[in-house]
Design a protein. Structure first.
Length: 332
């Protein structure tokens, strides 16, 4: 069966809505970041530099920009990034993107497959690149010591190299001293503490619960227990698990937190994607549809990013949600 035939059958199976292009690099609309990414793809670094200048000390926004532009450099080409470094030697913003790209390139070398399907050669290249990335992270941190963003990249380096829990605690203390509520840092640290990486179900759950409990309303950190549950149990319990009173309560808490968040929070779209999925699995279709409406056209978020056919998976759930929400409304 050819790839085109397989995709065609998937489209028919899922009953998709009319074809619509999906942005697989962002979680939600951000016109300035999209323009900067397009310009970088064409070899122009200046729009990316302006993004960081405008972000100033907005660490959440700097983190998102560094992550997405670093991904572009690691996955496509980095000629624009090298030109930026040459034009502005010692620029902390360019150094930050280099650090993120260096770590992301290591994960590209490893591949998305599980450890049992990853070759020894892939692991060797992965670990070698993570060691190289250490110097890039240190350089970015030295140029702007108050910025926690390079240390977020260090979490992924520590995760890949299997650094100890003691080392992770020390790193976490450095990050939270700079930005105690940093969203991407919490999401990344949670991954470290999951059972599939360097922790366990218990450690992931405890980290998520502790972080959410200590966060003010609107911080978006109330979604951490939802993510921890998804990482720990989504493949084990099926719909019954998603619809349990406990998980419903976790989702309600995250919904309330998202409603109080700054509408311009750069990570709010990622939370909406996950909430839309959980609401769908819980049979709360109209509520799920409202979340989908605010992020439609974008797929770089959980749970879609775990799929090899990310846009199709997203469109399948979104389409089913829209149809079931309509039926739900008509039945009332």
């Amino acid at each position: 069966m050819t790839l085109l035939v397989a995709i065609g059958l998937l489209v028919l199976w899922y009953g998709s809505l009319p074809l619509r292009w999906q942005n697989s690099y962002l979680a939600g609309p951000d016109a300035r970041l999209q323009r900067a990414c397009r310009a970088a793809a064409r070899g122009r670094w200046e729009p990316a530099a302006r993004l960081f200048e405008e972000a100033g000390q907005d660490w959440e926004r700097r983190s998102l920009y560094a992550q997405r532009l670093g991904y572009l450099a690691a996955r496509r080409n980095d000629r624009w990034l090298k030109a930026w470094e040459e034009a502005r030697p010692g620029d902390p913003d360019a150094a930050l993107v280099v650090a993120r790209a260096s770590v992301l390139y290591a994960w590209k070398l490893r591949g998305k497959a599980g450890a049992h399907r990853t070759s020894r050669k892939q692991f060797e290249r992965f670990h070698r690149q993570l060691l190289i990335a250490h110097d890039d992270i240190r350089h970015a941190s030295a140029l702007r010591p108050d910025d926690p963003t390079p240390l977020v990249a260090e979490i992924w380096r520590a995760l890949g190299l299997g650094c100890s829990g003691r080392e992770m605690h020390a790193l976490w203390s450095e990050i939270t001293a700079r930005a105690p509520l940093h969203f991407e840092a919490h999401i990344s640290a949670l991954q470290y503490w999951t059972g599939k990486w360097r922790g366990s179900k218990r450690l992931a759950r405890e980290f998520a619960e502790r972080s959410a409990a200590g966060a003010p309303p609107g911080s978006l950190l109330a979604v951490l227990p939802v993510i921890a549950w998804y990482e720990n149990h989504a493949d084990e319990l099926g719909d019954a698990g998603f619809r349990s009173p406990k998980v419903r309560g976790l989702v309600d808490a995250a919904l309330a937190d998202a409603a109080l968040a700054d509408p311009d929070h750069p990570r709010l779209p990622e939370v909406r994607h996950l909430l839309a999925y959980f609401l769908y699995r819980q049979g709360r279709y109209r509520a799920a549809r409202e979340q989908f409406r605010q992020v439609d056209g974008f797929t770089e978020a959980l749970p879609w990013r775990y799929s090899y056919v990310k846009p199709l998976y997203y469109r399948a759930i979104r389409t089913k949600t829209a149809r079931k929400a309509l039926l739900e409304r008509r039945s009332r």
